[in-house]
Design a protein around this ligand. Structure first.
Ligand SMILES: [Zn+2]
Length: 251
């Protein structure tokens, strides 16, 4: 049997802390266990270097963004090496290999119509960098930041979740051990059932954000595949910024 495990790819707006180390050590223990069992194992970790928050952190540190992310990413990697973490792959979202794969995947999704260009308006928390539904708020405030979200409208690329929503709900219900622990399974199911099916199907699973880093200047997307060029084609929204081709952060 093959075993695959990944940590979140950690966000590089600050240096690693004990929480990152805990997660990585736990993943390492699991990877070592499965290798000992003779299973083909792939253990992955890395850094997510995309987004406005990274750019802001670089500005605060008084460094060019590239230099800043190189430094923080290296600190993560060095920390794992010092802790003897047995990762097989260290992903950097700014690496040419990663960008190429993401572009290829997005181009394929775009060709099949799973990604579309549209407009979405909603309640947005700048701290979380995400939209909220009214029912997700606590007394009208973001549950994490305890501030009132702002209504914003943006043009962006969206994933056509409506095509997969019913199938995915059914699959999760038929495979109760697929997402564990159970409360996360319930959270995902709750989220999927909340999605409006119809008017703005993919609105809450926006794939592409308007972040300027790392897409400003020589954007890796501008000259490569035709489909990717189409993706950035009608790009500049009201703010004049390009959509990025990188997935939202997971850490
Ligand atoms: Zn928030």
């Amino acid at each position: 049997m093959a075993f695959y495990i990944t940590t979140p790819i950690y966000y590089v707006n600050a240096e690693p802390h004990i929480g990152h180390a805990y997660t990585t050590v736990v993943a390492d223990a699991l990877a070592r266990f499965h290798r000992l069992m003779g299973e083909e194992t792939r253990f992955q970790t890395g850094t997510d270097e995309h987004g406005d928050k990274v750019q802001e952190a670089a500005q605060k540190a008084g460094l060019p963004v590239r230099e800043f992310v190189d430094r923080i990413s290296a600190t993560f990697r060095q920390t794992w090496d010092e802790l003897g973490i047995s990762y097989d792959v260290f992903i950097r979202t700014t690496s040419p290999e990663h960008i190429k794969v993401v572009q290829e995947v997005l181009a394929r999704l775009y060709e099949t119509g799973d990604i579309y260009f549209g407009e979405y308006g909603g309640l947005y928390c700048f701290g979380c960098e995400r939209f909220y539904l009214e029912r997700e708020l606590e007394n009208g405030l973001c549950p994490d930041h305890q501030v009132a979200p702002t209504f914003i409208k943006e043009e962006n690329y969206f994933f056509r979740m409506s095509r997969y929503q019913d199938w995915l709900i059914g699959y999760i219900e038929d495979h109760p051990d697929w997402i564990r622990p159970e409360r996360y399974k319930n959270e995902v199911l709750g989220f999927l059932r909340l999605l409006p099916s119809g008017a703005c199907p993919g609105a809450y699973l926006c794939l592409l954000t308007n972040a300027t880093w790392p897409m400003s200047g020589s954007t890796p997307c501008s000259t490569t595949s035709p489909a990717c060029a189409t993706l950035t084609g009608p790009s500049t929204g009201p703010s004049g910024r390009r959509p990025s081709t990188l997935l939202p952060r997971t850490s």
